[in-house]
Ligand binder design. Structure first.
Ligand code: A3P
Ligand code: EST
Length: 286
């Protein structure tokens, strides 16, 4: 076994066909047995798809636009990461069990691996999809900055692994396709990162309606301002700087990097690009 193979085996694990971090895998019985509550809201994404962005939007809606209330705690405490487990430091399930309702739950699990109680309780869910090229680039930097990952090698080497689904949470394509099929249910709202970038007001209003609330002008305005890239990058409760370097080293790469996808593709192309992704999913799943 070469050193990169043994590093993969040391840090990652295959649980019933899903590649996941070793520490998460050790906790799998608790993940499967997790008890969702009917008023839980689940935010599901493939990693690096804008989870933090949509999470902050939803939390602000729940907190009726009270920015100060959101700033009282870091995002990973306000919206626990269901399957996250690290020996002494992180335990998403424990956080959720100790949390009052209504809870907002973050997960990167494909629908087949979600604890069954979420389906039994008919919970509302939001899935956010981001175009695969930006996800691959973002995930590459995430591998470099978060030591729980094996060394990704060069970008071309990483892309090979990414395309083969040999990364935590497996294949982007399978993930998006499975959630797309699930989103035929009215309880699941399927969003696109690129749509949020193109017209954030429209997407925020969509989320507010999905949560059964009224989109007042003031609420929408507050959300749009507070969740801009720059605001969230400068906000210590959303930029992950509260996580120690040993777990997430932002000297290697910041959690929120730069606005690459905002420059390319240009807005005229962006529409086309976005529709292309939707079309591709519809075609292949149809
Ligand atoms: P980049 O690495 O391309 O910068 P996740 O929260 O799922 O881990 O996703 C992180 C990605 O979402 C990062 O992408 C980050 O910059 C981007 N992101 C986070 N907040 C954002 C915002 N308010 N607007 C646009 N992109 C945002
Ligand atoms: C994985 C995906 C994600 O969206 C966010 C985070 C933040 C916390 C990270 C984790 C992750 C990957 C695994 C860890 C964890 C902190 C400790 C743990 O080992 C690095």
């Amino acid at each position: 076994m070469d050193s990169s193979k043994s590093e993969y085996a040391e840090k990652l694990c295959n649980v019933r066909g899903l590649i996941i971090y070793k520490d998460f895998a050790k906790n799998w019985d608790n993940v499967e047995a997790f008890q969702a509550r009917p008023d839980d809201l689940l935010i599901a994404t493939y990693p690096k798809s804008g989870t933090t962005w949509v999470s902050e939007i939803v939390d602000l809606i729940y907190k009726e636009g009270n920015v100060e209330k959101c700033k009282e705690d870091v995002i990973f405490n306000r919206i626990p990461f269901l399957e996250c487990k690290n020996e002494e430091h992180f335990d998403g399930i424990k956080q959720l069990e100790n949390m009052a309702s209504p809870r907002i739950v973050k997960t990167h699990l494909p629908p087949e691996y979600l604890p069954v109680s979420f389906w039994e309780k008919n919970c509302k869910m939001i899935y956010l999809c981001r175009n695969v090229k930006d996800v691959a680039v973002s995930y590459y930097y995430f591998h470099l900055m978060v030591p729980a990952h094996p060394n990704p090698g060069t970008f071309p080497e990483f892309v090979e692994k990414f395309m083969n689904g040999e990364v935590p949470y497996g294949s982007w394509y399978k993930h998006v396709k499975s959630w797309w099929e699930k989103s035929k249910s009215p309880n699941i709202l399927f969003l696109f990162y690129e749509d949020m970038h193109e017209d954030i007001r429209k997407e925020v209003i969509k989320v507010i309606h999905f949560l059964g609330r009224e989109p007042s002008e003031e609420l929408v305005e507050t959300i749009v301002n507070h969740t801009s890239f720059q605001e969230m990058k400068n906000n210590p409760t959303t930029n992950y700087t509260a996580i120690p370097d040993e777990f997430m080293n932002q000297k290697v790469s910041p959690f929120m990097r730069k606005v690459l996808s905002y420059i390319w593709p240009p807005s005229s192309l962006s529409n086309q690009f976005c529709r292309g992704i939707k079309h591709c999913i519809q075609l292949r799943s149809g």
